[in-house]
Design a protein around this ligand. Structure first.
Ligand code: SAM
Length: 205
């Protein structure tokens, strides 16, 4: 299975770096390609942390990464698709394309740009919005581990406690680990705490 992220954010925010780092660790650097970076991108523009993990990246669009790319073997993970991804899809598709998009609440349909541009078959991962790393983790469980969507344990809109007194509600669906804790990229809790403090400081200004 190859996982493709069409990078649609401007540059690389810390949030994006943490998500992509986690994805590389989980799917393996040889199975992930970051596509559609701006035409003038050079290695200097890619965060060192991602380069050192062996991130494969290109300014080409996902349809251009392989001359023999058979479009019928590509599946776009699309929150607006009509059918959900199932384990049997592993034999239909080789490439799984995701939007490298930060979540927004309420959801803005930016995945629609990819849907209209490429016309790949689209599959949904349930009705709730997930972060890109959660969407890839869920896809991996379905097509590689052959676990049905309904058998994966999720938590919706968890209250993420980042210290003893403070917490924030995340408007996404997350996969739970064996201990029943939502899986977030390493370092994300600290970043959420930092962002929350920042917004309080901004309010106090
Ligand atoms: N507001 C965004 C949108 O739909 O344009 C949500 C983007 S989501 C944070 C990032 C990517 O994860 C999406 O482009 C899609 O590939 C995947 N994704 C997230 N939730 C999904 C779902 N419920 N079903 C299918 N794909 C999903």
């Amino acid at each position: 299975m190859k996982y493709i992220i069409e990078h649609m954010e401007e540059g690389f925010s810390e949030w994006v770096i943490l998500e992509y780092t986690q994805i590389i660790k989980e799917v393996g650097k040889e199975n992930l390609v970051l596509t559609s970076l701006p035409a003038n991108t050079t290695e200097k523009d890619i965060p060192e942390r991602l380069i050192s993990l062996g991130l494969q990246w290109t300014t080409k669009e996902c349809v251009e990464i392989d001359n023999r790319l058979d479009k019928s073997k590509v599946c776009l993970l699309d929150p607006a698709a009509e059918t959900d991804l199932v384990p049997e899809d592993a034999s239909k598709y080789e490439y799984f394309v995701f939007g490298g998009i930060l979540g927004s609440h309420p959801r803005i349909d930016r995945t629609g740009i990819l849907r209209k541009k490429y016309g790949f078959a689209g599959k949904r991962l349930g009705s709730l919005q997930m972060t890109t790393d959660t969407a890839i983790r869920t896809t991996q469980k379905i097509v590689q581990d052959q676990i049905k969507f309904e058998d994966i344990k999720f938590i919706d809109y968890p209250e993420i406690k980042y210290n003893k007194y403070e917490s924030t509600e995340m408007p996404f669906r997350y996969v739970l680990d064996k201990e029943g804790t939502p899986i977030l990229p390493e370092g994300m809790l600290k970043l959420i705490e930092h962002d929350a403090e920042q917004s309080i400081d901004d309010l106090l200004l």
